[in-house]
Design a protein around this ligand. Structure first.
Ligand code: 5GP
Ligand code: SF4
Ligand code: MG
Length: 465
């Protein structure tokens, strides 16, 4: 998911809409905005679909007045599966003794089922199926008076990943879990401030990037002043390494590094670790593109756009009939035959999850007359599900959970298949000595199975670590 908030700027909701549009890659299912104006109180709008199709209508934006607003773009993850309802769309709102508050959450709470049982037992009335709603109910039960302290109480009981943007009538609040699994940044916007999942959302509204919210930090912005708090016991941060590989936009800055440059460096590492004799390097667009550029630069093999992506196809295309579903990736990707014919092709993609994309692409490339197909993957084999806010299928459906690299190569029917090593990935994100096995610098659980926060709800359901 993506979160964005603005304070101290007229028509804040319009900036939130812009920011959410820049964060659309983090969630395409639905979006919501809450705003506050002293004369109109809290107002909100929640819609399914793209930001550009909803939050560009003047008639809707006029209902969200004020100089303080937050928003959320949603994609459903492990904690919030099932049929999606508008009541699951954030921001969530709660009314407390000292006034209301709205919150927008990116991440996933791994003890949400246990918290929900406890809260319902104590009289809470849940409105949604979302793990994030626990936070509002925990806040309501806090004995503190002010919202930031209520939030601190609530979040000390929450386990898992959270980057949160929240607001009261006067305050804009940003907070990251102690491991800092999901990103959150602070920017200066005119005379006010903005909080965003990624820097690309600051760029779109002309805000200046100031700094990241630190893991375990809470910032409270009021009357143009920023106060920083440390509500949690300090821990060594474990930022999600997959944000660097796939989830974030390449024009964002993460941990002081350009995501584009990191991905290009992953391609460079891949070319060193797994060289191959070939005539052409092609990305699987768009996610494989920077790594393919790096692979080409390092190997000296020419780069070409051997696969063209239809720009009008979203990530969440609903495939209405079996016949169309079977066409699969053809709806989104097509082979550039003139370029491919007769060549030994290296295809660079960001990840192999179920392997269905890779099989279809191999078929298309060979149909177009390629002599050989070599896959190079910009992440290690995805062998474990993510419980911290990225949507991966259950373990049984992950190709790498049951097959070795050679078996995957056979299964995909390609001439060779290589993944970047975990150490190579760490080098590419800027850790010169690779992964510190005793105390890893990142969360890499989907590759290593080393979960930095025990996924307790899942273990209760039978998941084995
Ligand atoms: P597969 O067909 O192997 O299951 O999927 C691999 C493809 O899915 C990759 O090309 C990658 O770009 C994309 N992908 C990787 N992670 C995610 C994710 O978390 N969500 C979505 N929607 N796609 C992903
Ligand atoms: Fe990121 Fe993977 Fe960790 Fe999930 S399990 S937070 S995708 S590194
Ligand atoms: Mg892809």
């Amino acid at each position: 998911c993506g979160v964005f908030g603005v304070s101290g700027v007229a028509d804040a909701a319009n900036f939130v809409a812009l920011g959410l549009h820049a964060l659309q890659h983090r969630g395409q299912e639905a979006g919501g905005i809450v705003a506050y104006h002293p004369d109109h109180g809290f107002t909100s709008a929640r819609r399914f679909g793209y930001v550009r199709d909803n939050f560009t209508k003047q008639s809707l934006m006029e209902t969200l007045p004020g100089a303080l607003a937050i928003g959320h773009v949603r994609y459903s993850t492990a904690g919030s599966k099932g049929t999606s309802q508008i009541r699951d769309v954030q921001p969530f709102f709660g009314e407390f003794s000292m006034g209301g508050a709205a919150i927008a959450h990116n991440g996933n709470i791994v003890n949400a089922d246990a918290l929900r049982r406890e809260l319902i037992g104590a009289g809470s009335i849940f409105q949604s199926a979302s793990d994030s709603e626990c936070i509002i109910h925990l806040m309501a039960r806090s004995l503190q008076r002010r919202v930031p302290e209520r939030m601190q109480d609530a979040l000390r009981r929450v386990e898992g990943a959270f980057s949160i943007v929240a607001m009261t009538r006067t305050k804009l609040i940003g907070v990251r879990d102690p491991l800092g699994v999901r990103p959150l940044v602070l920017g200066r916007l005119g005379d006010g401030y903005a909080l965003a999942s990624e820097t690309c959302a600051l760029d779109i509204c002309g805000a200046e990037f100031l700094r990241e919210i630190e893991p375990g930090e809470m910032v409270v912005i009021e009357d143009g002043e920023i106060a920083s708090h440390r509500p949690f016991a300090p821990r060594k941060p474990r930022f999600c390494i997959f944000e660097h590989v796939y989830f974030s936009r390449p024009d964002s800055i993460l941990g002081g590094r350009s995501v584009y440059e990191t991905r290009r460096d992953i391609g460079v590492e891949l070319a060193r670790e797994a060289p191959v004799d070939a005539d052409l390097v092609c990305p699987v667009p768009d996610s494989g593109t920077p790594a393919a550029i790096g692979f080409s630069q390092e190997s000296g093999i020419p780069y070409g756009m051997g696969i063209i992506r239809n720009q009008y196809m979203g990530r969440t295309f609903i495939e209405p009939t079996e016949q169309i579903r079977n066409m699969g990736v053809r709806l989104k990707l097509n082979v550039n035959r003139a370029l491919i014919r007769g060549k030994r092709v290296v295809l660079v993609d960001d990840s192999v999850v179920r392997g269905t994309t890779s099989i279809k692409i191999r078929e298309m490339i060979l149909d177009a007359g390629a002599k050989e197909v070599h896959f190079r993957i910009a992440s290690p084999p995805t062998a474990w599900p993510c419980f911290y806010g990225v949507d991966t299928p259950e373990r049984e459906k992950l190709l790498a959970a049951s097959m070795s690299e050679d078996e995957m190569c056979q299964h995909l029917g390609v001439d060779s298949l290589r993944f970047i090593s975990l150490d190579g990935l760490y080098r590419a994100v800027g850790e010169a000595d690779g992964r510190d096995a005793k105390s890893p610098q990142y969360c890499d659980a989907c590759f290593s199975g080393d979960y930095p926060v025990t996924p307790s709800d899942r273990i209760e359901q039978g998941f084995q670590m």
